[in-house]
Write a protein that binds this ligand. Structure first.
Ligand SMILES: Nc1ncnc2c1ncn2[C@@H]1O[C@H](COP(=O)(O)OP(=O)(O)OP(=O)(O)O)[C@@H](O)[C@H]1O
Ligand SMILES: [Mg+2]
Length: 287
């Protein structure tokens, strides 16, 4: 997040926009988006928005449960058709908003073709244009995308400033991570967009899996300090949030629930590391 002074000299926000990526399915992208956005809102008091760009709508489902929202009536699909995302914003909990997805959003490609026939640049830059007016209302905007090279991921990469890449630490290869980073570089070179890697997050979603040291060493050799030192391991509680929504329970004596605290502390560590990287990137780009 950056604070800039407007003509009257008062502070206004300019959100940092984060995309969480890997072209493999089921590696923890949505978990990362929902947990980081929750921690950003609840523990860091940042005005936070999640935009669900996946027609599977998993982030929508988790956040609706988190906010006890019975029926989601608005959607990103309406917003891309009307050209205005603001009416589609749903309030989830204090500091946390959502633009929901739905199955109709699978037609995003067709909508883009209709709006901008034969104009590929306009097609892949559309989301970037639509979120511009929202940036002054938030500190952080998180984009959740499906695991494909598609109009969804292209638009997300063009709209984001920072990318959090998922690294599967129990896989024998880093193919998903490498493909994603190479594709990101291709978009940056081709369309001259400004997107950086703010962190590579090691995730290990299988119960009882062990971190593959070779994969970690290989990742560190290739990507250096971009690889976060915090590793997201399997936690039953994190899995349970899919069905129950994210929460912080309390014991009869008022103490925080042990397992919620462990899950939330983990993602606070991740967010702290990402904040450090963002600060360093800001220093380097202003030099
Ligand atoms: N640290 C974790 N501990 C336990 N379960 C996890 C953890 N991270 C993710 N999961 C579970 O693993 C499954 C896949 O995670 P998630 O939905 O975040 O992946 P994804 O990369 O978004 O998948 P897709 O590519 O289909 O969008 C989900 O059921 C999720 O609850
Ligand atoms: Mg997902």
């Amino acid at each position: 997040m950056t604070c800039i002074l407007d003509a009257k000299g008062s502070d206004r926000l300019t959100a940092s926009v984060y995309v969480v990526g890997n072209f493999k399915g089921g590696v923890g992208k949505t978990k990362t988006v929902t947990m980081l956005s929750y921690i950003s809102a609840v523990r860091k008091n940042r005005k936070t928005l999640v935009i669900d760009l996946d027609p599977q709508a998993n982030a929508t489902s988790v956040l609706a449960k988190t906010g006890d929202i019975q029926e989601v009536k608005t959607s990103i699909t309406n917003g891309v058709i009307s050209g205005d995302l603001e009416p589609e914003i749903i309030h989830v909990i204090k500091n946390l908003d959502l633009i929901a997805s739905n199955v109709q959003f699978r037609n995003f490609g067709k909508i883009l073709m209709k709006l901008f026939p034969d104009n590929e640049v306009a097609q892949i830059s559309y989301l970037s244009k639509l979120i511009e007016p929202l940036k002054s209302k938030y500190d952080a905007i998180y984009l959740d995308v499906p695991p494909t090279i598609s109009d969804f991921s292209d638009n997300a990469m063009m709209a984001a400033n920072h990318c959090i890449v998922i690294l599967q630490t129990h896989e024998l290869s880093m193919d998903g991570t490498k493909t994603y980073i190479n594709y990101m570089q291709y978009l940056i070179d081709t369309y001259n967009t400004s997107l950086d890697i703010i962190g590579i997050l090691p995730c290990m979603l299988q119960p009882r899996a062990r971190v593959d040291k070779k994969v970690m060493n290989n990742a560190k050799e290739l990507y250096g300090d971009n690889v976060l030192t915090t590793i997201v391991g399997y936690q039953e509680r994190l899995k349970a949030y899919d069905a129950e929504g994210i929460a912080m329970g309390h014991m009869y004596n008022g103490a925080p629930d042990h397992w919620d605290k462990i899950a939330h502390d983990l993602y606070e560590d991740v967010l702290n590391e990402l904040d450090e990287h963002e600060k360093l990137l800001g220093v380097n780009t202003s030099e």
